[in-house]
Write a protein that binds this ligand. Structure first.
Ligand code: GLC
Length: 431
């Protein structure tokens, strides 16, 4: 039996089939190019941060190129920051002047992006920050750029968080009304209180009402888990869960969100870029545990994906072209199948095929426990070349335990040379 999470209000059927999406973090922080939290990290005042608003002019922005790159990488949906914590809005919202149309660029950035991605058949997702370091009624908290500024904190008594939450609801209404069908709404995030400063969570965001508003306008939409009320998906961030994500002991729909290099916004000098090998393994690892991967790009202030991102996206596309069959429509393999060392299984319950992803190419043989008489045919997925199978001879099973030695190990005979793909996959047609 494959694990299946209980149904939630949103439609996750397409989501657990598609498995691979693109996150996009884009805002004024692309200009300082040293983390999307730069305003908070460097305690920059709103007056000083204004310089990025005044200079924001992504003249090379062509969302068609972005959508092409995402589709070619094998991504099936995208989630873009309509507003990040800095408060800057990519669309022409009626509720603030702090938006793309008032920068030197002068145009709505969101609408053409939605059109371009939709045109490539990608589903549409909006990330929307619950935090807002620009809104006049937004009080200090542990994350706020002015958290050490006693004047700002003293003025908090005059700030009205209810007005901020009205703004949040109003903007959510716009986003849910003006862009056609929206498939995902990814709110971010709720804040813990500290000794000195209060936190912010469902009471401040008015999460229940917000969820109702969104569901009324976009039935079927997927909402994430950061409003302090879990909805359709859990969103582990910057780590790979050790097993299928569970809540109260029950498996849930989940999506790991990951960066190329650590920060989400464009970071010029970051050197911690993940290799193609690691990125592909992260995708496989997620699906092998019943999850999705949302992989982030931080476009530049000129409006482009930089060469490091394009390079990796192209590499993932090259792999996906021949291996997407082990990703789309796949999930964690039933319990009885235990992947051998350095391998991950994914499983397609419709076709009844098991996919063995080989993370470290061994010398000539892989031995599969519990698989004798269960596999009808095996082939390398990249070129459909047969992988011969036989029952293990006893000598090969030394150390594997007495029971296993009794002819339950199926041996795959591999070429000595690893096929020239980043992660080779063996497709096992089960009986
Ligand atoms: C965090 C960060 C943020 C990023 C997000 C993505 O909550 O605040 O910068 O947008 O995670 O998951």
């Amino acid at each position: 039996m494959t694990l299946k999470p209980d149904p939630t209000p949103g439609d996750t059927d397409w989501f657990v089939h598609d498995r691979f999406g693109m996150f996009i973090h884009w805002g004024l922080y692309a200009l300082p190019a040293r983390h999307e939290w730069v305003k908070s990290n460097e305690r920059i005042s709103t007056a000083d941060y204004e310089t990025y608003f005044k200079h924001f002019d992504p003249d090379l922005y062509d969302p068609q190129l972005w959508a092409d790159a995402a589709a070619a990488a094998g991504m099936k949906y995208f989630v873009v920051t309509t507003k990040h914590h800095e408060g800057f809005c990519l669309w022409d919202t009626a509720l603030t002047d702090y938006k793309a149309t008032n920068t030197p660029y002068g145009k709505d950035l969101l609408r053409p992006m939605v059109d371009a991605f939709r045109g490539k058949d990608l589903k549409v997702g909006f990330y929307h920050s619950l935090l807002d370091w620009h809104h006049p009624d937004y009080t200090a908290d542990i994350c706020h750029p002015m958290r050490d500024n006693s004047e700002y904190i003293a003025a908090d008594s005059r700030r009205k968080l209810e007005r901020y939450s009205e703004y949040l609801h109003g903007q959510s209404r716009e986003l849910m009304s003006d862009f056609g069908k929206v498939d995902i709404l990814w709110y971010d995030f709720s804040i813990n209180a500290t000794e000195k400063l209060p936190g912010k969570g469902k009471d401040v965001w008015q999460s229940e009402e917000l969820i109702k508003l969104v569901r009324d306008l976009q039935p079927g939409i997927i909402i994430n888990d950061r409003l302090e009320i879990d909805q359709d998906i859990k969103t582990p961030e910057q780590f790979q869960p050790r097993s299928w994500v569970k809540v109260d002991g029950k498996p849930v729909v989940w999506e790991a969100c990951q960066t190329f290099s650590g920060s989400w916004g464009y970071h010029r000098d970051e050197e911690s870029w993940k290799s193609l090998d690691v990125l592909i393994k992260m995708l496989i690892d997620s699906v092998s545990k019943g999850g999705n991967l949302l992989l982030n790009v931080g476009p530049t202030g000129r409006g482009e994906f930089d060469s490091r991102a394009l390079d990796r996206l192209a590499g993932m596309g090259e792999w996906m072209k021949r291996h997407s069959r082990s990703i789309y429509g796949c999930t964690q393999a039933p319990d009885e199948f235990r992947a051998p060392e350095d391998c991950r299984y994914t499983y397609n319950p419709i076709t009844n095929r098991l996919y063995l992803h080989v993370f470290s190419w061994p010398y000539r043989h892989i031995h599969l426990p519990n698989m004798v008489h269960r596999v009808e045919y095996a082939q390398l997925l990249n070129d459909a070349s047969e992988v011969k199978m036989r029952t293990s001879i006893p000598e090969e099973s030394y150390g594997a335990g007495v029971e296993v030695r009794e002819k339950t190990l199926l041996t795959l005979e591999l070429p000595v040379k690893q096929p020239s793909v980043t992660v080779p996959v063996i497709e096992l047609f089960l009986k």
